[in-house]
Design a binder for this molecule. Structure first.
Ligand code: SAH
Length: 250
């Protein structure tokens, strides 16, 4: 059953109007839902309900919650992917895949070696597009919350927030080249549900020395295996490993 999101608090047998144009288009034109059909809606606080379509036109779809669903699809660890700006199509691909893999939120960072530049004027439009990609991926992958995304014009601003996290991981290609293969795995074995992890990934050209120096004393500087991954692949490797470690049972 198709999933949608509503930014509201919900109770059983409560009615809501879905007014987001893309959602309405998806419901009526793509899925061809009619009155009486059921959908699944994720509300605030990860409350998920089955809902029945009561009325539908081009402006709004009215639904009523008919059953509360006891499901939990979120990755138990909140992973923030703070990665360097890279070419638009690669970054968007990463956002979609990392959302499927359970990333909690994203920070797009203008890094020293980012070839792509984004200025403060252009950022709101980009963020809007990225939010749309993330929302669609969250619906498709049965997530219960939509990862949030921010843009920072310098890695220093990410550094200013490190107190919020339980673990800070800087994926550093030079560590991998030197054969560092134990730190990421060590952190994985310590992870507990509800931990907050900040994952730092460089742009195509990698981290600058200043960026590494900024985090050196506060982060685990880790290798992600022997091969050098593309900037858009590295977050996916890390998220997959975290899911494997804490979600899959023996
Ligand atoms: N151009 C650089 C590679 C950059 S890869 C070079 O040739 O050396 C882009 C980013 O992905 C890196 O900054 C790092 O954060 C991450 N990354 C890729 N492969 C990695 C690995 N094996 N270990 C750790 N981080 C890696």
């Amino acid at each position: 059953m198709q999933r949608y999101f509503l930014n509201e608090n919900a109770e059983l047998h409560q009615r809501f109007f879905i007014t987001n144009k893309d959602d309405i288009h998806h419901m009526l034109k793509v899925m061809r839902y009619v009155v009486g059909d059921h959908i699944i809606i994720n509300f605030n606080d990860m409350q998920t309900f089955k809902a029945e379509i009561m009325n539908a036109d081009q402006k709004a779809v009215e639904v009523e919650t008919v059953e509360k669903l006891d499901i939990q699809t979120e990755l138990p660890v909140a992973v923030t992917v703070a990665s360097g700006l890279i070419k638009a199509d690669k970054y968007e691909w990463m956002l979609q895949k990392a959302t499927e893999l359970g990333a909690h939120d994203f920070i797009a960072v203008q890094m020293g070696r980012s070839v792509v530049k984004l200025n403060d004027q252009k950022a709101p439009k980009k963020l809007e597009r990225w939010e749309k990609i993330i929302k669609e991926a969250a619906e498709q992958s049965y997530r219960q919350q939509i990862p949030n995304i921010k843009y920072y014009s310098n890695l220093k601003y990410v550094y200013d927030m490190i107190d919020k996290y339980d673990y800070i991981l800087m994926a550093y290609e030079e560590q991998a080249k030197e054969g560092e293969t134990s730190k990421f795995k060590e952190m994985l074995s310590q992870l507990q549900p509800n931990n907050k992890v900040l994952l730092l990934v460089g742009p195509e050209g990698g981290f600058s020395e200043e960026e590494v120096a900024l985090f050196e004393t506060h982060a685990s500087i880790v290798g992600l295996g022997q091969r050098i991954l593309r900037a858009e692949t590295a977050p996916l490797y890390a998220l997959s490993a975290i899911s494997y470690e804490i979600e899959l049972m023996r």
